[in-house]
Design a protein around this ligand. Sequence first.
Ligand SMILES: NC(=O)c1ccc[n+]([C@@H]2O[C@H](COP(=O)([O-])OP(=O)(O)OC[C@H]3O[C@@H](n4cnc5c(N)ncnc54)[C@H](O)[C@@H]3O)[C@@H](O)[C@H]2O)c1
Length: 282
Amino acid sequence: MKDIAGKVAFVTGAASGIGLGIATALAQAGVKVMLCDIDKAALDAAVAKLRQTNADVDGVLADVSLKAELQAAADAVIARYGKVHILVNNAGVGSGGSYARWPDGMTSWVVGVNLISVIDGIAIFGPLIESHGEGGQIVSTASMAGLLSGSGSLYNVTKYGVVALSEGVRQELAPRGIGVSVLCPGFINTNIADSADHIPERLQAAIPPLPTEGPSLEAMEGLRQRLAAGIDPLYVGELVREGIEEDWPYIFTDNEFEPFVDMRFANIKAGFDRIRGRTPRR
Ligand SMILES: NC(=O)c1ccc[n+]([C@@H]2O[C@H](COP(=O)([O-])OP(=O)(O)OC[C@H]3O[C@@H](n4cnc5c(N)ncnc54)[C@H](O)[C@@H]3O)[C@@H](O)[C@H]2O)c1
């Protein structure tokens, strides 16, 4: 999508980290940005900071895992700016745990924020972008964990879902002038290790508190260190801006995990090679 100045973007999870980086990079390019987040204090602070640069931005509070709140946020964008061209489904939460350690509340929370909100976001905003005929772009934040699953973590399941949805919807929306990109970041210096601070009240009782000792805590400490040494979220925002302008199908942030993706594809290829030449019984 060329000539993004003057266009309107809606960015979820925009009060912190990658979402704030994307909102900032778009605002710096002259895009009007509606920032959306569940954290009111952080959202107000982000909007105030961006306005100091004369950016045309506003904020709307929503728990994006609830379709009614996402719909109300979409209504707020149209009321404020008249139309919308760019949807950035970025809100997401981290979750540890693997096989057989998935409390029900955790499933609802992680799948709701990381995947259902992307499905609902595209369903709500896609037709709004289509309606004005000026074209647009949908960017959804997956992860390298959307291409590589090192464990049975629910997080990876949701991120594979975001990649699948983006690849599929891209085919469908290209003829209608809407580009679709999936962002697959590596380690970025954000607050994602503190995701538990954003568990909605309705789910808090169903999610056990984080352990205060043991291997999970050590793993969490390791993650915090990787994130602290990670890439600057504004750099990611600038890549996303370029990805929108050039309609990149995949937006990567760095090459750290590329060899592992190559290994995965080689394993898949080996699966086909194993049965090559056989005649399937019908
Ligand atoms: N940080 C990384 O290394 C990394 C790597 C790969 C993918 N990601 C993905 O990037 C996205 C952004 O995460 P981040 O790293 O910037 O983390 P972050 O915690 O700094 O930002 C996430 C934002 O989402 C908001 N949020 C959480 N739940 C919400 C809800 N229900 N409704 C609306 N907003 C909600 C939070 O308040 C926060 O402002 C996520 O989808 C995450 O999975 C991050």
